[in-house]
Design a protein around this ligand. Structure first.
Ligand SMILES: Cc1ncc(COP(=O)(O)O)c(C=O)c1O
Length: 333
């Protein structure tokens, strides 16, 4: 695995206490009052891994669960941090990549996206440099752009396995399955895909996300993970509730969200140029972005301002949240 930092190869990580059946475990210093959460959780909860391996059409060994995609990204930055690592991504994109690069003291290099949302040829050129964490956010936050899938393959080919390519698919559940990147995994050993329960499945508060990659890469990451990445109360909740009915209602909710999104687009058109996305947000481009942001804030409605780029990002919220937004916008018009 050329792209894995050599100096990390010998590390085996913290060995958390396992609990085989029928063994009296007096080796973990847990408290002695009986309650459902007395014991430390498992580092790799097989039930959860199986459940989500099925959802993503991979094997358990291809999956690593953590505290949201943010937790997975943090793990990646921790493991691939070396004095020469460079982070390559396109701009504008999800702000945590830069923050993590700053935290880990890594060089951060951004190449602007093209106007049509595709990756710049400069990005492809830069991806040839070895020893990088290359991050592609698709659909991209905050622009909603979806770069052509062929470009991801071009990047994967350009790296020749010398860098890690991270495909942040936090919003990919909103895409048709063939538009998603999961099928690339069998062909590229240096690809890691991030998925989350926070967006399409409306479970941001659980803090669960997944890294999906070939098993050799997953095995390399596991030792660096914190000993108990998913709390028992969260995995219990998922085992109990994240079933076929839950997925069907998320799919139905997606249809409702699309209707709401069309309504929002119609309302926002009065304020500037609206850009739809295949995600759960739309963007309003206007030279008045700051003023509109402040005004909405005065109505206690928070949207996301990208002042330098002259746009506002509106998440599609609950019905009552959207109603508050529409009422505020009516007052502003
Ligand atoms: C592109 C992108 N990646 C990752 C995340 C974080 O997701 P999670 O809630 O799974 O940590 C977000 C959240 O807004 C995001 O927009």
């Amino acid at each position: 695995m050329k792209f894995f930092p050599d100096f990390r190869n010998q590390f085996s990580g913290y060995q958390s206490a396992l609990k085989p059946k029928d063994v009296v475990r007096l080796n973990a210093n847990e408290g002695r009052v009986l309650n459902p959460y007395r014991e430390y959780p498992l580092k790799r909860n097989e039930k959860i891994l199986e459940q989500f391996a099925n959802l993503y059409g991979v094997e358990k060994m291809n999956l690593i669960a953590d505290r949201g995609v943010d937790g997975i990204l943090e793990l990646i930055f921790l493991v691939f941090n070396s004095p020469t690592t460079r982070v390559l991504t396109s701009a504008p994109t999800y702000g945590m990549y830069k923050i993590l690069a700053d935290i880990y003291g890594q060089e951060y290099f951004e190449v602007p996206l093209k106007g049509d949302g595709s990756l710049n040829s400069e990005f492809l050129l830069q991806s040839q440099r070895p020893g990088q964490i290359i991050i592609i956010c698709r659909p991209n936050n905050p622009t909603g752009d979806i770069c052509p899938k062929e470009q991801i393959e071009e990047v994967l080919k350009a790296t020749q396995g010398n860098s890690l390519v991270v495909l942040d698919e936090a919003y990919a559940d909103y895409l048709d399955s063939k538009e998603q990147g999961l099928d690339l995994l069998t062909r590229y050993q240096n690809l890691l895909i991030c998925r989350t329960l926070s967006k399409y499945y409306s479970l941001a508060g659980l803090r669960v996300g997944f890294g999906i990659a070939n098993s050799a890469l997953v095995e390399k990451l596991i030792p660096y993970q914190s000993p108990y990445p998913v709390p028992s109360i969260v995995s219990d909740w998922l085992v109990e509730n994240f079933n076929e009915d839950f997925i069907s209602s998320a799919n139905e909710e997606f249809q409702q969200m699309e209707i709401e999104k069309l309504k929002l687009i119609e309302v926002l058109t009065a304020f500037g140029k609206v850009k739809d996305s295949k995600s759960n947000f739309v963007n309003l481009y206007t030279a008045e972005s700051k003023r509109l942001y402040e005004t909405l804030k005065s109505f206690n409605v928070e949207v996301r301002l990208f002042e330098q780029l002259n746009f506002l990002r509106f998440s599609i919220g609950t019905q009552s949240e959207m109603q508050r937004l529409y009422t505020s916008l009516e007052h502003i018009r």
